[in-house]
Design a binder for this molecule. Sequence first.
Ligand SMILES: Nc1ncnc2c1ncn2[C@@H]1O[C@H](COP(=O)(O)OP(=O)(O)OP(=O)(O)O)[C@@H](O)[C@H]1O
Ligand SMILES: O=P(O)(O)OC[C@H]1O[C@](O)(CO)[C@@H](O)[C@@H]1O
Ligand SMILES: [Mg+2]
Length: 441
Amino acid sequence: MSLALDDLRVRSLGACEYDSPFAEMLSTKRTSPHYVAEDDRVLVDDTVSVLLSHGVPIDQVPSFEAAGPRKKIYFDPAETTVGIVTCGGLCPGLNDVIRGIVQELTEHYRVKRIVGFRNGFKGLAKDARNSVTDLTLDAVRDINNDGGTILGSSRGAQDPDEMVDSLLIHEVDVLFVIGGDGSMRGAMRLVERVDERELDISVVGVPKTIDNDLPYTDQSFGFQTAFARATDFIASVFIESQAAEHGVGIVKLMGRHSGFIACYAALSVNEANFVLIPEVPFGLDGDDGLLCRVENRLREHGQVVIVVAEGAGQDLLECDGAKDASGNDKLGDIGLFLKDRITDRLTEVGLAPTVRYLDPSYAIRSVAANAYDSVYCVRLAHAAVHAAMAGRTQTVVVRWRRRFVHVPMALITGHRNQVDPDGDLWMSVLEATGQPATFGR
Ligand SMILES: Nc1ncnc2c1ncn2[C@@H]1O[C@H](COP(=O)(O)OP(=O)(O)OP(=O)(O)O)[C@@H](O)[C@H]1O
Ligand SMILES: O=P(O)(O)OC[C@H]1O[C@](O)(CO)[C@@H](O)[C@@H]1O
Ligand SMILES: [Mg+2]
């Protein structure tokens, strides 16, 4: 996708006139290899030929605004009320982000009040006007030790006007939306209404996705925890299949449209023979189809391990077009389908398989963040707070090539991050599994 510098400009509510609590600390800071000053920018691309292809001076190639504290801020902290909402599916680290935001706003900016809206955007609907909770330091003290979100979450559409009314009733000046692509679309609808009503409310997003399917972010928070947890299940079916005469282990992992968890977890264990992801179609039948390849592998090695992302092979299943409350496609169960088809095939050819099938999806996304993700979450939380207090709106904070930056909200929903079948990650998977680039197609 080709971007121009102007596509990457983030919106501000207005001039920053209040001293930031970080003003003194920032007074001598300049850009260094370890710090990007607030008036510097971070390049989108990092490859020489791509940078040259823009054909413009370096300060005009696409770049992001650096995240971080500003010397001057837009909101007067003493008069500022902040809201937080978590939406969509669970993801490790949600509580860390909530806690990080509350700590930063309380201990440094000393804002007037922080409220949490319960159960996602539902908590901003008209009939949920009492479902706010005060987020104090006490309220968030140990929440990072638990998975899930203390605020609850939900799917399903809400009326954006009602949501803006709720912000006004609770006198919210800044709203943090922690959620995935759908949540960011919801947040943009909210911003439209805020603009139409000429309100002075900042809406800042912290992108969340267990599937790692949001663009302009190195890896989304919670992703590392998720694939690390997934490795336990792959290791289990590996051991089970090893102990059986004709052992087949199958693990289905989350990944609606993007197979990152499957790829990373499989590479981590490095014992999978087939990794099946939505980005790479495969066929079952024929001499080079999956069934024949599984049979051959079993005959040669006595054991097969398959890691399948939930969105893989959907074209092989009958789909009734059902949607969830947010309008996302309800997927067919590729894991159970493969388990049945592989069992039938191997039984037919007399191999009497022992098939172990695990679907640990919710067991993976509901855990607390690991130490790496906790660090990542707290740093995203800090970046989000600094962005909002400086008046940024319709903006999300992400880490891109190790730098924390601001991205216009529309860009994060513009396309999906997916495993590139021509890229080096998939190449590593092919190297590790020994599976062919395509089969049965
Ligand atoms: N196009 C849209 N316009 C307005 N609101 C939306 C839109 N898509 C989703 N939303 C709202 O955003 C919230 C979360 O959306 P969704 O359930 O799709 O999860 P998500 O944020 O994409 O997270 P994930 O995919 O990681 O579970 C829901 O309340 C949903 O109604
Ligand atoms: O069952 P739920 O809660 O709708 O969520 C399932 C989906 O949410 C995700 O975790 C995030 O989009 C997907 O991987 C999965 O398909
Ligand atoms: Mg989504």
